[in-house]
Every structure is written in C-alpha cells, then in structure tokens.
Design a protein around this ligand. Structure first.
Ligand code: PMP
Length: 303
C-alpha cells in the first residue's frame, strides 16, 4: 500500500483528500516539489536524491506565495522517509510534496488563508526517453515572466504554461519542447532545464532568464566542474540551438536526456553527444549510490 503525509499524519493515499472548494484547486495557489528516490538493487537500499535541497527550494517558493508552513525542513525529510519506508518500495520512486492554500475561500488573495503541507509518492521510471535522443520543438508559447507568474516559484498554477506548450508540440510530432523568454532568449524545457555544448564548453541559461532554478542543473554544474569541464552561464539565442554541438535536457523527472534534433534540424552529428553521455553516466552513478564521492547527496530510506 502507498502512504501519504496529509494534515500532519501518515495515512493511506486513498484517505488524503481535499474539498473541491480548496483555494489552491480553484486559483492555482500551491507550490510543489518533485524529488526522486533511486533503488539500488545490490545495496538493497532506496536513496532519496537531494531531499533537503528540494525542501529548501520549496520554502523559497512558499516565501514568494506567502505560504507559511508549520513543518521544518527536517520534519519534511522525516515525513518523506517515513512514507517511503511504510510503503516498502523496492523500485525507483517519485516524491511529490505540495504546500497549498487550503481553506475553502472564494476570494483571490494570498494572505489570511490556512496553508497545508502534504506528500504523496508514485513509482516512476523514465519521464522522457534518456536513450533515444529527443526531437524538441521551440514552442510558440512564451515562458512566463518574473513579473507575471514567477518561474522561480515552483507554483502549481504556473504549469498551465508548460501544459499548453508541451501538448501542442506533442500533437505536432515533437517529443517535447523548449520555451523562450518574453524577449526571445532560450529559457528552458517545459519541465526541465537545458544545457548546450558549443566549442567544448558546457553552457546553460542564467537563473534570470525565466527558468526554474533546477536542482539537477546545479548537480550537473558541480559534476562538470569536478570532471574539469568548462562551464559558462549566459543567455542563449534560439538559433544557437541550431548550431550547437550537443544539447540535453535535465531535471528530476527527465534526468539527463540527450536532444538530437531541434525544429527538424539535427543537433551536431545527430547522435547523443560525447559530453552529454559522460555527464549522464556520472549523474546516474551518483544518484543511484554507486559513487561514494557523492553519497552526501543521498538519504537512505532503509536502516
Ligand atoms: N524547469 C521546470 C519548469 C521544471 O518543472 C523542472 C522540474 N522540476 C525543472 C526545470 C528541473 O528542476 P529540477 O532539476 O529541480 O527537477
């Protein structure tokens, strides 16, 4: 059975239910996280990847949205480990914490509403194919702006933007897409950050180009630095994607997924790039607990 954390207690998932009058359901006034736990078969261990880092970002999202939680980051981590342990998973799992405006109030505002915190989990393999090489389209839908709905907050309502974009792109035959900022720079994927390789340099957009400040993005920047790879953080033009040597998406769900075509043009040679595959291997080894140098990123679930 799968367990959830709901209204301060661990309960079976079917019992974690909210009213249709919930403010967050009506107005999108929630924030959330997406965390992965990786099952290591040889070690018989389930590792939560960068749990505290995700909860720190969640607290930042809460600050933007004026959500005040009773739970500390330690409480959230303890609840996460507890529901994973009680659920008894022996496979890769996706963890979904939610903080939301919980009162049944018909009023568009943020203050004076009770806030709640919940977590549920689902088994999850690959969100996008990490082997075949993705074909991405540039979305005609622009990425949200910091002065409209800030992308720095991982807010439930803001995912309308990604849903509009990705749905149209998939109907047009792409695997997923890339969002441009209001002024036409590359922001990120629809639910992932983007890296480009040009001239042997690993390049990604700055946090001021309407991206979610991705945990995987930081993780890869650290892995790249440790591997002696040259890194540059700067704005990226749309047509740089057409002349890039390599491209890949990264995120908790997406992991590290090579991109081999953009807008019907091959990326580099048209196959997954060398640096991309090097980073992908470093990433998968680290997150599954097979590289002791990065064990401090992981929280073991079982004693
Ligand atoms: N951007 C967006 C819009 C996302 O939804 C995600 C997934 N959380 C990311 C980037 C990647 O963030 P992270 O690496 O923290 O999962």
């Amino acid at each position: 059975m799968s367990y959830a954390y709901f209204e301060g207690a661990v309960v079976p998932l079917e019992e974690a239910k909210v009213s249709i009058a919930t403010h967050a359901l009506n107005y999108g006034t929630g924030v959330f996280e997406g965390i992965r736990a990786y099952w290591n078969k040889e070690q018989k261990q389930l590792y939560v990847l960068k749990g505290p880092e995700h909860y720190v970002r969640m607290v930042q999202s809460c600050r933007i949205m004026k959500i005040h939680l009773q739970e500390s980051i330690d409480d959230m981590m303890n609840a996460t480990v507890e529901i994973l342990r009680r659920s008894g998973y022996q496979e890769d799992v996706y963890i979904r914490p939610l903080a939301y405006k919980a009162d049944p109030v018909i009023k568009v505002k943020l203050s004076g509403i009770r806030d709640a915190f919940a977590i549920f989990t689902v088994p999850l393999g690959d969100y996008l194919d990490v082997n075949k090489g993705l074909h991405l389209g540039i979305s005609p839908w622009r990425r949200l702006d910091d002065n409209a709905i800030p992308t720095r907050a991982k807010a439930t309502g803001s995912y309308i933007n990604a849903a509009l974009a990705v749905d149209d792109l998939i109907e047009s035959g792409f695997d997923d897409g890339i969002m441009l900022t209001q002024d036409g720079h590359v922001a990120e994927g629809t639910a992932a950050n983007l890296f480009m390789v040009r001239g042997g340099k690993l390049i990604t957009s700055p946090v001021t180009d309407a991206i979610l400040e991705g945990i995987t993005r930081s993780t890869l920047l650290e892995l790249a630095k440790d591997a002696g790879i040259n890194v540059e953080i700067r704005s990226i033009d749309r047509t740089e994607l057409y002349v890039a040597d390599e491209l890949f998406l990264c995120g908790t769900g997406v992991q590290v997924a090579p991109v081999t075509r953009v807008d019907h043009r091959p990326v580099g040679s048209g196959a997954a790039g060398e640096l991309t595959l090097q980073l992908q291997k470093l990433y998968f080894d680290a997150v599954r607990g097979n590289n002791p140098a990065y064990r401090h990123w992981l929280t073991p679930v079982y004693a």
